[in-house]
Structure formats: C-alpha cells, structure tokens
Design a protein around this ligand. Structure first.
Ligand SMILES: [Zn+2]
Length: 188
C-alpha cells in the first residue's frame, strides 16, 4: 500500500462479512487474544473492510498474540492471488480490562505504518445490549446475546502528524443485527 502512506484516514466501513469474522474470531478463543488480517479496498479517505481473516497459526496468550511471520507472508501472498481486494490492515482482540492499544501495539502500528488497525475488546456480559456507535469515544459496541459485550475501535498512523489517530467507524450491518436481536429477544 505505498500510495496509502500519506492518506488522511477519515473513516472505516465494516461490512457484514468483516463484522462476522471479527466477532466470531474474538468469541471463539475468549480468554485469549486473537489476531488477523483485514481485506478490503480504499474509497476516498475511507477503507471499506470486506473480510477479517484469522491468523490460525498465531500463538494466543491472555495479554498478547504472537504472529508467525512465515505463515503471515504465506497468507498475504495467497490473498493477493485469490482475492480481488487487498490488505487494508490488521486486527486483534483484548480481553476484559485492556480497552486501548498497549505500548507494544502502538509500536507495531508505528512500525508497520500502513492501513488500519482494529481493536476488538471482548468482555463477559450478563445483559443484552443493542449495537450502537459511540461518537465521542469513536467505538462500535453491543452484545452478542447476553454472553459477551464487544466494542470495536479503529486506529491508524498519521505520517504527517506522526501520531496514532482514532478513526470513526460505520457498520451498516448493525441495523439488521439489532432487528434480529429484538426478534430473538436478547436485548434488555
Ligand atoms: Zn493489543
């Protein structure tokens, strides 16, 4: 993504396929972190994220996730061959209390310096919550049944300001999901 280096990113759009990938990947290994690749396209000053693909070979721990470089390269090369979309960034999850990027996450983001980095925070829930976008905190949040609370934040490295910035998120799919949650009676 060399031409994206100077991009001033305004927003990311998380499409249904990507939303499902992010949530299922975080829920599947709840108790440990997960990480993966974001596939999509650039549209003006936004990234449209079509898919979130888990790094299955990543070593998952409670507070960090280690990516195997050889497997990561193999996954990127494969995607370049089979997908009409490109890599637009990465994602990983945090469990329970860690609600923002760690020092190590920030160093990785500055080092990579390309694309968007999504952070998925997952916590155990006892009540159901409708999905909504919190403009002030720039986070997308809601529940999965009454089992988990999930929030999603987006970051990118601004090369001009030399700063990590939070980016606003749009996820049109949450409207459908909220209708579904009401129909299935899991929103309190
Ligand atoms: Zn992290």
């Amino acid at each position: 993504m060399p031409d994206d280096i100077m991009l001033v990113m305004r927003s990311v759009v998380i499409e249904e396929g990507a939303f499902l990938g992010l949530v299922s990947s975080a829920v599947e290994v709840y108790g440990k972190e997960t990480a993966g690749l974001l596939i999509g396209k650039r549209k003006g000053n936004s990234y449209v994220i079509k898919y979130a693909i888990t790094y299955q070979s990543a070593k998952r721990k409670k507070t960090e996730v280690e990516i195997d470089e050889i497997s990561e390269t193999r996954l990127h090369q494969t995607h370049n061959l089979i997908s009409r979309y490109g890599r637009v960034g990465d994602y990983h999850s945090h469990i329970d209390k860690q609600e923002s990027l760690t020092k190590c996450d920030r160093m990785t983001l500055v080092g990579d310096g390309e694309g968007v980095s999504l952070l998925v925070i997952i916590k155990k829930a006892s009540t159901g919550k409708k999905w909504q976008y919190n403009t002030k905190d720039k986070k997308l949040l809601g529940s999965i049944g009454r089992e988990y609370w999930i929030s999603i934040k987006a970051y990118y490295y601004d090369h001009i300001k030399r700063k990590i910035m939070k980016v606003s998120i749009r996820c049109p799919y949450i409207r459908q999901l909220n209708r579904r949650s009401i129909a299935q009676n899991w929103v309190d």
